[in-house]
Ligand binder design. Structure first.
Ligand code: ATP
Ligand code: F1X
Length: 314
């Protein structure tokens, strides 16, 4: 069973804009709204791949209600929403896409959560935790939430035999690594930030950093590099894959699509290289859709044979 956790969901509004001008009036076209937040996007993609997940986290106010209903009635089923309701209003995030794909994201903070809310979530998740459960802890956590949240959840859930996949950034990511999650998916920027670099790592440096994390016991380190592709490290083995040549429409959620594909592959116990190929095809497919919509299975099937997975290098 896959359980996605979105502590800070969002209604994503994606708009097209000719050229973003700061400090000026900008007019938007082609606005689409999608239920989102990283864990929810992972659930959406898992459903698109024909599999099931439970989606947990917090929802608030009218926006939260609308997200909950949308997930409940997700076309084809595939998502079982099990959210806690909290006071306030779930955020709305604005994504501005310029021709050629340049992206500006304006993300709200989201509702404030109490210690009691977080404990209620931990207990709910513990109810699902067992060997065979894979938790995906993804995205920011909102104001007032200690950066130790993912670390503490990882420790509690792994104690019950579950696996944990973390996709986060900043202190939340750094603290989560203290609990040695089973799988992580930083992008290259987040990886550089974690290691205190003043630049975005690439090439041999990126591989060395990935190996450092794998050497600490993280089972699979997936490093995404946007249009440059991805690098994967498992133990001593390293794979690289260039991004597939797709026509980008919105890259928002491409990382979540990659997380979803790997989660599905792990749940299905696919050989690791099949998981990585699926990750490349599904994430490229996500780039071709509007907003944070997942790719359909046909698109993924078409992209899969084009994936060039290089490695493993030991
Ligand atoms: N322009 C692109 N063309 C083809 N594939 C892409 C492109 N951008 C992203 N991808 C695919 O999606 C994967 C994840 O992208 P990216 O590194 O941007 O994730 P991310 O930073 O976690 O994004 P997000 O947080 O919006 O989900 C890449 O490794 C690649 O496989
Ligand atoms: O503010 P966070 O939680 O870091 O990211 C939230 C978010 O940008 O991530 C998803 C894309 O990955 C969007 O659906 C959502 O708006």
């Amino acid at each position: 069973m896959i359980v996605t956790v979105t502590v800070n969901p969002a209604m994503d509004k994606t708009a097209e804009i000719d050229c973003l001008r700061p400090h000026a009036l900008n007019r938007l076209a082609g606005v689409v709204s999608d239920v989102g937040g990283k864990g929810i996007n992972v659930s959406k993609t898992i459903a698109a791949l024909g599999r099931q997940s439970v989606a947990c986290g917090f929802l608030a106010g009218q926006t939260g209600l609308s997200i909950g209903q949308t997930l409940q009635n997700w076309p084809g089923g595939g998502i079982r929403p099990d959210f806690l309701t909290v006071p306030g209003e779930t955020r709305t995030n604005l994504k501005l896409v310029e021709p050629g794909g340049a992206l500006t994201e304006l993300n709200e903070q989201g509702p404030r959560l109490s210690t009691a809310d977080l404990e209620a979530l931990a207990r709910k998740l513990e109810g699902y935790a067992a060997p065979g459960t894979l938790f995906v802890l993804a995205g920011s956590v909102g104001p007032g939430v200690p950066p130790e949240l993912y670390r503490d959840l990882t420790l509690r859930l792994r104690q019950k035999g579950a696996k944990v996949f973390v996709d986060a950034d900043g202190p939340l990511f750094a603290r989560a690594l203290e609990a040695t999650p089973d799988i992580i998916k930083p992008n290259a920027f987040e990886l550089g930030q974690y290691f205190g670099l003043d630049h975005i790592p690439a090439g041999e440096e990126l591989i060395r950093l990935g190996r450092t994390l794998a050497g600490r016991g993280i089972g699979l380190v997936c490093i995404s590099m946007g249009g440059e592709g991805a690098c994967f490290v498992q133990g001593e083995r390293v794979w690289r894959a260039p991004a597939l040549p797709v026509t980008p429409r919105s890259s928002v959620g491409a990382g979540d699509a990659m997380v979803a594909a790997i989660a599905c592959g792990v749940e299905e116990e696919l050989p690791v290289e099949d998981c990585l190929r699926l990750a490349m095809a599904v994430s490229a497919g996500a780039v071709t859709t509007r907003g944070t919509r997942p790719p359909d299975r046909e698109t993924v099937e078409q992209l899969l044979p084009q994936v060039q997975l290089m490695g493993p290098v030991c």
